[in-house]
Design a protein around this ligand. Structure first.
Ligand code: HEC
Ligand code: HEC
Length: 342
């Protein structure tokens, strides 16, 4: 009898705990502060390969590696610089840079980054990079080939390593360093506010998620609020440089923003390049003089092709795919340079 009583109490206890647990599942309310990965995991989306557990210490180390180029190990010793030439933030922002997360449009990006006071760069932002599903896309794979880019295209950790050695012309990063950068990247993941869900969207999400059969559809629906990759289309120099890119009329005001938020980011005195540009007419005269030449000094070549790292001189300039600076914007820059070179 005693035992029976004991077991029935136990059974009630277990059942109610179970129910509590069920209830707490249903009670989860998603709001703006809910991280995207939390919502997607709840809805049963496939977990990304780069999902990791991490500590605050790793986040600190990762942020230092990204912004300062080196960090301190647990024993207090400093690591070697990943790259002697650049930090990751020479070429990448760490904040949202597109007003609409679904579209990679450099003409919409320019006023948006200007407003925020952040630069306009060749590399895509690290904000939300863990929420992407492929990296080094489209023409990066086509032009550089499976061998160099293939693994990185499918895998964020490989992308970090590839960029450290190829883009930043640095050393190979250690596994713990890559994990630290990844930990920092996880702190930059989107939450549902970043996705700009409306009140009606939140209501739909919270209502429909109580029925598990809706989950796959909700996953797909959430993914319509942001791009799962940063697209990259390469383009060529204008065939006739005097004519420039035909069909576009340059706007010097936008050109000024491009010059200041992009070119000067690296070319001002103290930047990563030896080729110094400033706001004086000499800089503009120089750029104008070389504009029509068949040389990498020409705007029409340096923007779509960049420069290469040559032995003995590692800093090079990455080119801009169309989604990072397009032909309209090259014409905008040209018109500003021509205006200021007078
Ligand atoms: C000299 C410029 C430059 C530097 C320095 C640089 N990157 Fe990049 N990175 C690029 C460019 C250009 C791309 C290709 C375009 C893009 O971002 O999608 C890229 C791509 C990436 C990608 C893939 C992004 C995507 O969605 O396709 C990752 C991840 C990355 N870089 C990480 C890093 C890290 C980590 C560092 C520092 C160790 C770094 N990069 C330093 C220029 C640079
Ligand atoms: C992410 C950094 C970065 C950005 C942004 C950038 N450049 Fe460069 N640029 C470089 C580096 C590095 C070199 C290589 C030359 C060197 O080592 O000093 C270079 C080379 C050049 C050269 C050839 C100079 C030479 O000595 O070979 C020109 C011209 C040039 N850039 C123009 C521009 C213009 C115009 C813009 C804006 C549209 C721009 N750059 C944006 C980093 C950058």
């Amino acid at each position: 009898m005693k035992y029976l009583l004991f077991f029935s109490f136990l059974a009630i206890f277990i059942l109610s705990a179970f129910q509590l647990n069920l209830e707490s599942q249903d009670d989860v309310i998603f709001d703006g502060s809910t991280n995207l990965s939390v919502a997607l995991n709840y809805l049963g989306a496939k977990k990304p390969f780069h999902e990791i557990e991490y500590t605050d210490e790793q986040v600190r180390q990762g942020e230092e590696l990204v912004k300062l180029g080196r960090t301190t190990k647990r024993n207090g010793k400093k690591t070697k610089y990943v790259s002697l030439h650049y930090n990751c933030t020479t070429c990448h922002n760490v904040e949202t840079e597109d007003p609409d997360l679904r579209i990679s449009d450099p003409e919409a990006r320019l006023p948006f980054v200007k407003e925020k006071g952040i630069p306009f760069l060749q590399g895509s932002t690290f904000k939300g990079i863990v929420n992407r599903e492929s990296w080094y896309n489209d023409d990066y794979v086509k032009k550089y080939g499976e061998e160099l880019v293939g693994k990185a295209h499918q895998n964020l950790k490989e992308s970090i390593q590839l960029c450290a050695t190829e883009c930043a012309q640095g050393r190979k990063m250690k596994y713990w360093e890559i994990d630290a950068v990844l930990a920092y990247f996880w702190t930059l993941e989107f939450n549902l506010n970043d996705l700009k869900l409306s009140d009606a969207d939140f209501e739909k999400l919270n209502n429909e998620k109580t029925d598990e059969s809706n989950h796959p559809e909700l996953v797909n629906w959430l993914k319509t609020f942001y791009a799962q990759k940063s697209p990259a289309t390469f383009y060529d120099a204008a065939p006739d440089k005097r004519k420039g890119y035909e069909g576009f009329t340059g706007n010097p005001e936008n050109g000024k923003d491009i010059y200041e938020l992009s070119c000067l980011h690296c070319h001002q005195d103290g930047g990563v390049s030896h080729y110094i540009l400033d706001d004086k007419s000499l800089s503009f005269k120089d750029l104008k003089r070389t504009m029509f030449k068949n040389s990498h000094f020409s705007l029409y070549q340096i923007i779509p092709y960049g420069t290469y790292a040559i032995p003995g001189h590692k800093p090079y300039m990455p080119h801009y795919p169309k989604e990072r600076m397009n032909m309209q914007q090259v014409e905008d820059l040209r018109s500003y340079i021509e205006k200021r070179a007078k």
